[in-house]
Ligand binder design. Sequence first.
Ligand code: C5P
Length: 223
Amino acid sequence: LCDGPLKGVKAVVTSGPTHEAIDPVRFIANRSSGKQGHAIAAALAALGAEVTLVSGPVTIPDPPGLRVIRVESALQMLGAVRGALPADVVVCAAAVADWSVANRATEKRKKKVGDPPPTIELTPNPDILMTVSKAEAPVRPRLVVGFAAETERLLEHAADKLARKGCDWIVANDVSEATGTFGGDSNTVHIIDGAGTESWPAMGKDEVARNLAERIAKALGKM
Ligand code: C5P
């Protein structure tokens, strides 16, 4: 652990996609790379925080100097986050699947000539950000930060998310295809909190992470 303004502060960061199994060999996934979430975990650790990174399946390396818990599904991610609480700050940067497969098969689904294609039934996943935000004291972290990845009406959806989920800040980023945010190295974000909206210029995901970690340190009265 490094000495720094966040020394003694416990942080939990979720990152990456989740995989929701259809059968033992198939799953539903999304395009999250984990780059932004991992960078935030690393930036918090660089300021001295004790960080637990709960990561879905990603291909990027683990940031050094922090605890990494690897999970696949949203349910597993929720379990790992619960297990890592209490914490002073939780940042939910993972792209958690909204649904899991209700009729998950225990054996590989086989195609038979003449059979119609199978139907995948979906069931809602728990909302990790909302669960953490609405937890009772003393489990409720002092600061809960969520993300809003939107392709249109970004700020409107983000403000709505802040209210609905009960978190303290929403980091809104435009993930429409032309921006190259998903999988790319740069990001343009807006921070929405109870006081208003702060728009940051386009910058690298590492720089977004460093600025966010500093903003977190200030909000906790550590800088
Ligand atoms: O509702 P939506 O998925 O757009 O909200 C995004 C925010 O909520 C992100 O911070 C994401 O990590 C979090 N989330 C979550 N659990 C879910 C769905 C979203 O923690 N099941």
